[in-house]
Design a protein. Structure first.
Lengths: 207, 207
DNA sequence: GTCTATAAGAAGATAGAC
DNA sequence: GTCTATCTTCTTATAGAC
């Protein structure tokens, strides 16, 4: 119905599978169910479609990020949850979040598109690192800092803790993006990583 | 002089910067210093050049991998080195290896090219995961298994240890690929990660 | 093996009818 | 807003002289 929006959706799907240069305007049009020239009534060029996707995803990301710091769902609150839950429920949370990032259509497609296009200009490179690494590390650092200060975890370098917690998860995610058939195997590794991380950084006297 | 070889070099450079589809045969020819039609005396098509790069890099990788298991430079020998060295020299080794992977022309270009092209076919996806993740994890798992058995490290899951050691390093490497200007900052994190990992898994009584 | 000229076709975008 | 027809440009690849 909303053709303008449907164009973005189909274009994102195609860009995430083949990359910008390998998707032709006619492909996008066909996926939407119209002819290529009709598409130019909605967007003035192919690049314009790409930019619109980028803007939409940036807005949606910023909205999410803002919510994390406004609704009480911030690092401090998460730290409270973290400190209260068992290792099992930590695993459950981690695996749930992992599955969401892996299977949510927009999230996965945008991640794959940025992966393909990350070297095509510096702006995309920055966006990639910000959304998938730096912001996560910042957030988790804050959380680990609180947990360490409270004496619940025993590390003295929250930034490195965040790096060591986040990077295995991200690596497993990108492996699933490449080879979806390995999801079960890699999810098992994710679970073991979380358990091991939890053991490593939990104060002995609290185990 | 060896035009055939120079074509592969220049093509790899261009593919790693712009991706296969954004590089034109004329671009490669110009980089080599000839005209596009001359190039067809050496390779029968653009795709043929890509495949030749792939084959060459696969061969060189397999050669390297084979050496690791034949010349005594295997996981067992590395474990001996690992167990004998101080934390400082471990950091030095790690940072040295990191800098090599980051700056070695072929290594970096091929990694970037595969990153861009990884979703274009399942064979490339498999190659990517094998070369940058699975093989490293296998190798490091074997090494950590030995070190744990010898009582030098205290973990009980070498595979997860390898995941936790390798994935931060790989993540920092890809960050440098995207934003080379951050190399110093990220190398500092690498050092802290290695020190922290070493402390976490070293038996207390040996510190 | 390198060149110039050119074929053959693909792809982005526009014109103008409906 | 969608279509058919078409323009223009770009890109791969070949032909054939040197």
């Amino acid at each position: 119905m909303d053709t303008k929006k449907r164009i973005l959706d189909e274009a994102l799907t195609l860009f995430s599978e083949k990359g910008y240069a390998n998707v032709f305007v006619a492909d996008i049009a066909e996926a939407v169910g119209i002819k290529a020239p009709s598409l130019y009534k909605h967007y003035k060029s192919k690049r314009d479609i790409f930019n619109a996707i980028l803007n939409e995803m940036k807005l949606s990301y910023d909205k999410q990020a803002a919510m994390l710091n406004m609704n009480g769902n911030d690092a401090s609150a998460d730290a409270k949850v973290f400190s209260a839950v068992s290792e099992d429920s930590l695993v459950e949370m981690g695996v749930g979040l992992f599955r969401f990032f892996l299977h949510d259509g927009y999230t996965q497609k945008f991640r794959k598109m940025l992966t393909i296009e990350q070297f095509s200009n510096p702006e995309l490179a920055e966006l990639f690192t910000k959304q998938y690494i730096d912001d996560s590390l910042k957030y988790q650092s804050a959380m680990f800092a609180i947990l360490c200060k409270q004496g619940i975890l025993k590390g003295d370098n929250p930034q490195i803790m965040a790096l060591q917690f986040h990077s295995p998860i991200y690596m497993l995610l990108t492996m699933c993006d490449r080879e979806p058939q390995r999801e079960a195997e890699l999810t098992a590794l994710l679970e073991q990583h979380i358990r091991q991380f939890s053991k490593l950084y939990t104060k002995e006297e609290q185990q």
